[in-house]
Ligand binder design. Structure first.
Ligand code: F6R
Length: 250
């Protein structure tokens, strides 16, 4: 099935589409398994989910969550770790059971076994019902950088210079950005029953263009989403206006 694209006027209304999809799912299935992402893009989505929880619209008591990735070497209490981000942006403000929230352990003694355990946890938990994704300028999804195999699973990866550069904005200096991460693999992501990718701003237009209309290739990991039968790509108008096929219909 073709990827569904949804374009909204601005970042807030695009984020609302994503938040609404999660809310609808959790209302229909209170024990849903949610796949979550970090980064700048989903911040507004989490804000809207917290707002919905506070308004009594949605209850996260019985969900379980799995995050896409974590930096190697950053403990849960490090302000730039993805676990810390999730606590700050979402988990600390809703009634999710902390024991049912999962982020890969970036300070595990044995990285290979922690990756295998993460895969097993996802599988034993019944698989992911809805996976939230952002996209890197270079087409990465989670930390699957260009060249990642489409059949890859949770593993340790090296970050590209471009990703280190882009993520340096969250750290005091470029030198502080970890060089490695644990990430769900492309195959792990594709096994989610449904995927929703959010991309905001013109800097993401080219990467989304290739995801939607380019060939499926290791060189652009997000293109693998074309092989999934239930993907929605949600964009703000600025991002869509940089994509020829979408700009024509705006
Ligand atoms: C985050 C993740 C990354 C980001 C991507 C975009 O968990 O896996 O793939 O989604 O790097 O990041 P932002 O949203 O900061 O532009």
């Amino acid at each position: 099935m073709e990827i569904v694209t949804v374009v909204r006027p601005d970042a807030e209304s695009a984020s609302q589409v994503v938040a609404d999809r999660f809310i609808t799912l959790v209302k229909a299935n209170p024990r849903a398994t949610l796949g979550l992402a970090t980064g700048g893009t989903p911040v507004e989505t989490y804000r809207l989910l917290v707002e919905a929880y506070q308004a009594g619209t949605v209850n996260f008591e019985d969900v379980q969550t799995f995050n896409l990735d974590e930096y190697i070497g950053l403990a849960a209490d490090h302000p730039q770790s993805f676990r810390y981000f999730m606590q700050q942006q979402f988990f600390d403000h809703v009634n999710v059971d902390p024991k049912r929230t999962h982020v890969p352990n970036g300070v595990a003694d044995n990285v290979d076994s922690t990756c295998a355990e993460y895969e097993a946890l996802i599988r034993d938990g019944g698989g992911i019902d809805l996976q939230l994704l952002g996209i890197g300028h270079n087409g990465h999804i989670a930390f699957n950088e260009p060249g990642s195999l489409l059949e890859s699973r949770t593993r340790m990866v090296s970050l590209t210079d471009e990703t280190i550069e882009n993520n340096a904005r969250f750290f005091d200096s470029r030198e502080e950005v970890p060089r490695h991460a644990i990430t769900m693999g492309i195959q792990t992501i594709l096994e989610a029953r449904e995927i929703i990718l959010l991309a905001l701003g013109e800097a993401k237009s080219e990467a989304v263009d290739k995801l939607l209309y380019g060939p499926v290739t290791d060189a652009h990991p997000a293109s693998a989403l074309q092989n999934h039968k239930r993907v929605t790509v949600v964009l703000d108008a600025v991002c869509a206006s940089g994509i020829k096929q979408l700009a024509d219909s705006l």
